[in-house]
Design a binder for this molecule. Structure first.
Ligand code: 4AD
Ligand code: MG
Length: 493
């Protein structure tokens, strides 16, 4: 069996050779008064397809002519021939066709009139409602190939630099970001009233067991404590950075943000490197190198798919040009204070209108982030030194006592794609900060130990993987760059 990707890449050099192609029909059309059948086969290996010409009389001709057409699965054995058609060097002249799976109507007869993808153009919203068939679309399959390439390039980048891939846990008792956006995991042991380990809601009375003092009683919980799905692997991966040196984690993370935006998911993947003996400058340099590496990798390895994203309906015509520009320039670097000043000045001068004009100390809205990255610079911007009160407890306090050594990378159209910082390595300062932010010391004593026993300067960041795929493909909604998007009201299978 040859993949369509290899066949198209070989072009006319394989004319005359026998080939077996397996895949799904995009179209099936009779020609020459029924003497020929043209099948267009897609096997998902690339954004291209291969045309198969079947002559009446070839074994399987009748079966292929009556398999329902679009969506049916076939296996074709034939000879590669030069194609007279436009846009393709080669096609396959079939010796025989085997229909592997027909397409059926609800009444069991063969036909594609109710096949959800029978019509050509579909809204992305409709495609999300058929997540099990969405992989059959060109758009989704191209997005998944780029997604794969970005994951592979991530491992290659870090491996080549000597980083170790550390698997951090999904279930945890820690709240890294302290934003109160965690999904609780609560599982009663079967003998505690839950039905075969069902959640607390299955306990008698419908709610979790309570102590006489009115708190949730975790004594019968599987983990004997409150646990949640992780919002970030950072705190865990820091333990290994403070021993193994350069490490990273890459896994799913979960946030119960009730955000109905095109850039938030409840379940998303994050890459989090953590570097021993590094400061914020090292962190920014690593992040810039890594993003540029990913962009170069996409340009070098995903050409067909990027071309598809430039020409497909709703695509971004200048996609590859935009990506090349990312490689050619240094990222803009500015402080939070400079950014707020710029945004306020431009709003005052009437250059831009915002729904909210930020004061120093406010969290930036995506309208401000995007204005600066998109309209002012049209390039990735690294923003540093945020007010401590809008950032997490673990960030290193700057000498001014008001800001922390944090950095966010903002990119056009998306806004924040990376968030990172130098970590507070001073035990006293970190303990004080945790107290100020009402973090129970016993819940992070293990984390404080890293500062108690041979503390070191270290820094890291988190790249939102789906936002990266949006950046690399120009796809505008984060729900379209992950196989099964989770967002409010959506988590069926
Ligand atoms: O800025 P965040 O919250 O940083 C952290 O979690 C740190 N612990 C990372 C670290 O220093 N190791 O998240 C990092 C990135 C964001 O910049 C964004 O790209 C992405 O994760 N992100 C989301 N992506 C999709 N949906 C959401 N709800 C996201 N929340 C954050
Ligand atoms: Mg952030």
């Amino acid at each position: 069996r040859v993949r369509v990707r290899e066949l198209l890449a070989s072009g006319t050099s394989v004319v005359g050779q026998k080939a077996v192609v397996k895949g799904w029909l995009r179209t099936a059309r009779a020609a020459s008064k029924g003497a020929l059948l043209f099948l267009v086969v897609d096997d998902g290996s690339c954004s291209g397809t291969v045309q198969v010409v079947v002559s009446k009389g070839a074994p399987g001709f009748d079966a292929a002519a009556s398999c329902g057409g679009v969506g049916a699965s076939v296996s074709v054995l034939g000879t590669v021939v030069a194609s007279k058609g436009k846009g393709q060097d080669v096609e396959i002249k079939a010796d025989e066709v085997e229909v592997l799976g027909c397409v059926y109507e609800p009444d069991g007869t063969v036909g594609a009139s109710t096949y959800p993808l029978a019509k050509k153009a579909h809204s992305l919203e409709f495609l999300r409602s058929i997540a099990h068939l969405r992989p059959r679309t060109k758009m989704h399959s191209a997005a998944m190939r780029v997604r794969h390439a970005m994951a592979f390039a991530t491992h290659k980048f870090f491996n080549d630099r000597g980083f170790l891939y550390i698997h951090t846990p999904i279930v945890t008792g820690a709240d890294c970001e302290g934003a109160g956006e965690q999904f609780a995991v609560s599982t009663l042991l079967p003998d505690a009233g839950g039905e075969e380990g069902n959640g607390h809601a299955a306990a008698a009375g419908g709610g979790p067991p309570m102590t006489p003092a009115g708190a949730v009683d975790y004594s019968k919980d599987f983990f004997a404590r409150r646990t949640c799905l992780t919002v970030s692997g950072q705190l865990n991966v820091e333990t290994h950075a403070c021993s193994l040196g350069d490490v990273y984690t890459f896994g799913p993370t979960f946030r119960a943000e009730n955000s109905h935006t095109s850039r938030h998911l409840a379940e998303f993947w994050m890459i989090e490197p953590e570097v021993a003996f590094a400061d914020l400058k090292d962190d920014m340099d690593l992040a810039e190198d890594y993003l540029k590496y990913l962009v170069a990798y996409a340009l070098g390895h995903c050409q067909g798919d990027l071309e598809f994203f430039e020409t497909c309906p709703g695509g971004e015509p200048g996609l590859r040009e935009r990506l090349k520009n990312v490689l050619q320039n240094d990222f803009v670097r500015m402080t939070y204070t400079e950014l707020v000043d710029l945004v306020r000045k431009d709003a005052k001068e009437g250059k831009v209108e915002f729904s909210v004009i930020p004061e120093w100390g406010d969290d930036l809205g995506s309208e401000h982030e995007r204005y600066v990255a998109e309209k002012v610079y049209n390039a990735p911007c690294i923003v540093t030194d945020y007010p401590k009160d809008i950032k997490a407890f673990y960030m290193k306090l700057n000498p001014d006592g008001k800001t922390v050594a944090a950095m966010d990378i903002l990119v056009p159209k998306i806004g924040e794609i990376i968030g990172g910082s130098q970590r507070e390595e001073d035990l006293g300062k970190l303990t004080k900060r945790a107290k100020e932010m009402n973090l129970p010391e016993d819940s992070i004593s293990w984390y404080l130990d890293l500062r108690r026993y041979g503390t070191i300067q270290h820094a890291g960041f988190g790249l939102g993987f789906e936002r990266l795929v949006m950046f690399a493909t120009g796809i505008e909604n984060i729900r379209d760059v992950i196989p099964f998007p989770r967002y409010p009201g959506h988590a069926s299978f």
